[in-house]
Design a protein around this ligand. Structure first.
Ligand SMILES: NC(=O)c1ccc[n+]([C@@H]2O[C@H](COP(=O)([O-])OP(=O)(O)OC[C@H]3O[C@@H](n4cnc5c(N)ncnc54)[C@H](O)[C@@H]3O)[C@@H](O)[C@H]2O)c1
Length: 382
């Protein structure tokens, strides 16, 4: 029988790292957390303590539990403090060279059977593992934001990953009360590949002055019942993180125009208008902020909704055609990972695949761009 995994290392204490640490500590693990920026860890731990207290005040957990969860997390000032970990989940900046360097350093510190995992949204697991002495112990464990709340976890074995490791992580994530799915090691895995147009098409609509970010958000929320509009969601994810995921997916699909990044998003990253974490992105999060209300326009809202949802459904249909996951996991992934109100395949049926196809056909004719090409399966499903 495999050894129970209860000593966890988390590298990076940003948006994702601290959330993953909370999940592991809530599930009774001893957690070691490290960040190059010690101040960031201090800040993240303080915020965690406050949010655990709030959970206790709302009676979601007891005050004793809040204290226990917090006390299970240990602040490390050096990477070598991770030496006893059985599983280390890395959640640092989305940069392959920096991640590889950290994993190489870790290999000199931890035991040979310590599992190394990356929370990367878009970097190939196989390519990260290839830089290691023992690539078979390496796997992708991809949480969604916010990690304590979003049930989905994608488990991604690379080509060099030991055969049973994905299953072992699947069981661990179930034990952590998550909803795990196994994804192929393709750019963006399941969710971040299928979800790309939610951001990309929305950005394009704004760049072309068809609508404002507020209008796009209002259209997707009012017609599609999405919990957050694309721009609100990008502000939550972090504009820099979202931009770098898109850029990686675009490059890794050999510059497929479907995934082309946005110049507007690039400029906002450069200006450090990164969303909630810097206080300003598409929206202003400062105390006395005055965010404009959108001008309502039913025809425009419908056009925006159909354009974005058609692109999303086309991606889901293409993922089905390529068997990137089972139909069930494809539907589950979008609902449990990014809170979509329905599975996209079911949504396609509801709107009518012929309507989706017609919308894409019109866009293709208008722009004369391959970006709007249809999945061959979309034609068959009508
Ligand atoms: N933000 C999201 O919605 C989201 C969702 C899923 C996965 N991810 C992935 O998780 C990872 C982290 O994303 P995030 O949003 O938490 O980023 P973030 O910018 O909030 O935090 C990254 C942290 O990593 C630290 N760091 C940078 N280089 C380091 C190093 N060499 N050693 C130790 N720490 C280092 C930084 O100081 C920072 O605190 C990325 O790979 C990202 O693609 C992000």
């Amino acid at each position: 029988m495999e050894k129970k995994i209860e000593i966890i290392g988390v590298i990076g204490s940003g948006t994702m790292g601290i959330g993953i640490a909370q999940v592991a500590a809530t599930n009774l693990c001893k957690v070691y957390i490290y960040d190059v920026n010690a101040e960031q860890t201090e800040k993240a731990l303080q915020q965690l303590e406050q949010s655990l207290q709030k959970l206790a005040q709302k009676e979601k957990i007891s005050f004793q539990e809040a204290e226990n969860i917090y006390n299970r997390i240990h602040f490390c000032t050096e990477l070598k403090d991770m030496k006893d970990c059985q599983l280390i989940i890395e959640a640092i900046v989305e940069n392959k060279d920096i991640k590889t360097k950290v994993f190489q350093e870790l290999e000199n510190i931890v035991a040979e059977d310590c599992i190394l995992a990356s929370n990367t949204s878009s970097i190939s697991i196989t390519s990260l593992s290839a830089g290691l002495k023992f690539p078979k112990r390496f796997v992708g464990i991809h949480f969604f934001n916010p990690a304590p709340l979003m049930p989905l976890v994608e488990i991604i074995p690379g080509l060099l990953t030991q055969e049973n490791l994905a299953n072992q992580m699947l069981e661990l994530m179930k034990f952590w009360k998550k909803t795990p799915v196994v994804a192929k090691d393709i750019p963006g895995f399941i969710v971040n590949r299928i979800a790309r147009p939610y951001y990309g098409e929305a950005l394009r609509i704004v760049e072309e002055n068809i609508a404002t970010p507020q209008q796009v958000d209002a259209a997707m929320k009012s017609i599609g019942n999405f919990r957050m509009g694309p721009f609100e969601l990008m502000d939550l994810i972090g504009i820099d993180v979202n931009f770098s995921v898109t850029t990686t997916v675009y490059k890794d699909y050999f510059y497929d125009p479907k995934y082309k990044p946005s110049l507007l998003q690039q400029r906002m990253s450069e200006a450090k208008l990164l969303g909630r974490k810097t206080g300003k992105g598409f929206y202003d999060y400062s105390e006395n902020a005055n965010n404009p209300s959108p001008t309502e326009d039913a025809t425009l809202y419908q056009e925006i909704f159909m354009r974005i949802i058609s692109m999303l459904i086309n991606e889901a249909v293409e993922a089905k055609r390529l068997k990137l996951a089972s139909d069930e996991d494809l539907e589950l992934a979008m609902q449990k990972g990014v809170n979509y109100p329905k599975g996209l395949l079911a949504w396609g049926q509801e709107i009518g695949y012929s309507n989706i196809s017609q919308t894409l056909y019109n866009l293709y004719n208008l722009y004369q761009e391959e970006r709007y090409r249809q999945s061959p399966l979309l034609q068959k499903l009508q």
